[in-house]
Design a protein. Sequence first.
Length: 110
Amino acid sequence: MLLRAARCLGVPLRGCDERIAHRGDFYGQDGRGESYPELITVAAFDRIVGSLPEGWTELGCHPGDADDLPAGMYRDERALELEVLCDPGARSSLIRHGVELRSFAELPVR
């Protein structure tokens, strides 16, 4: 059902579109909710960007202004992600590694 909906909308569905790799390692918690803020730093971002394969990759993350969210699941990590992604060092990393930010709307048609 999800794949059919994605096709109707003209959007890729994670894990079902071989044109796009997925990276979920810019994430600061484990499966039990244990926080690992050291995974959400400019240096960690640079390591991830430097190891991306050729082609399209979706970087899974959930940046946001967490001030209005209740304490709990991933609130503090969202703010860290936003801080790192807005840091000039993140932009420098993209440039240094030759990575271009793109929209899935620009993904070539199969």
